[in-house]
Design a protein around this ligand. Structure first.
Ligand SMILES: Nc1ncnc2c1ncn2[C@@H]1O[C@H](COP(=O)(O)OP(=O)(O)OP(=O)(O)O)[C@@H](O)[C@H]1O
Ligand SMILES: [Mg+2]
Length: 256
């Protein structure tokens, strides 16, 4: 095998020159009728908004990488592109291995269905067979600690309860790549600790690559080896987690 391809295989994620453009309606339209009237009158204008501008970084297999940046900087957009939920306008994203994405709370769930039905639905989306879920249902329910709420429609769940179910399913087996957005922050402190313990056990196995987004910079420093700082869609910095987090904090202190 050529040396270069051996090197490439060492990366679980390669983000190459990714740009993401969103089209935002420039006028406020309140309903579909207004939309069609504006369309018929050729009055529908869009402003292009670049949420990510030529962002590149690589995540080595088995590493734990933090993604930091102020609100609206493009972190979740980046995670969605990596998870295949969004397609980048320009550039490419190479992913090696299966992803357990914990990005948008309740994505892949149907609010009208019960928690039990949602476990099967979401499990199918994550690529688990029905038999696998049958065998692991108790484990998932135990981890989420929601035994008494399994037959309640998800619309009656609190956001923390939804997060519990989502985390329990996504991590029932060790994924190759775990992507965690802010979803866990809605869980109570006990559940957050339980999740962090599971994430740490994945990290300790040395086999799981973790991409972790949090506004809790201390948690990022504790958990991650390296970090990428994305600010207003532009990659500001990449490197050892302590250096990146320090620079990020300093930028905040300067603003005060
Ligand atoms: N579907 C969309 N349509 C239009 N604009 C969008 C869409 N999704 C995200 N954006 C915009 O892209 C920018 C980046 O959003 P994103 O959610 O990635 O930020 P973030 O870094 O995750 O922020 P936060 O820390 O608040 O979670 C924001 O300005 C947001 O309004
Ligand atoms: Mg976000």
């Amino acid at each position: 095998m050529a040396e270069s391809s051996t090197c490439e295989q060492e990366y679980a994620i390669e983000v190459n020159h990714v740009t993401m453009v969103f089209n935002m309606a420039s006028a406020k339209l309140n309903n579909l009728k207004e939309y069609f009237i504006a369309l018929a009158h050729h009055e529908l204008f869009f402003k292009e908004f670049k949420a990510l501008k030529d962002v590149s970084f690589k995540v080595p297999k088995g590493s734990v990488v933090g993604l930091v940046g102020t609100n609206g900087s493009g972190k979740s957009t980046m995670l969605k592109i990596i998870a295949g939920v969004l397609e980048a306008t320009e550039g490419e994203c190479i992913v090696r291995g299966n992803i357990a994405p914990l990005i948008e709370l309740g994505a892949g769930f149907d609010k009208e269905l019960t928690a039990r039905e949602n476990i099967y639905l979401n499990g199918a989306l994550l690529g688990y067979t029905k038999q696998f879920i049958d065998e692991h249902l108790d484990e998932i329910v135990d981890f989420a600690e929601l035994e008494n709420f399994m037959d309640m429609p998800l619309k009656n769940y609190s956001s923390g309860m939804v997060a519990r179910i989502a985390f329990a399913i996504a991590t029932v087996t060790e994924p190759d790549i775990l992507i965690v957005d802010e979803t866990l922050s809605v869980g109570d402190v006990f559940f957050q600790e339980k999740c962090m313990k599971r994430i740490r056990s994945f990290i300790d196995s040395g086999k799981v690559t973790v991409l972790f987004v949090s506004h809790n910079i201390k948690q990022v420093e504790d958990l991650c080896d390296t970090a990428v700082w994305i600010e207003k869609g532009v990659k500001r910095m990449e490197g050892p987690v302590s250096e990146v987090c320090e620079a990020y904090r300093n930028q905040f202190n300067k603003k005060k």
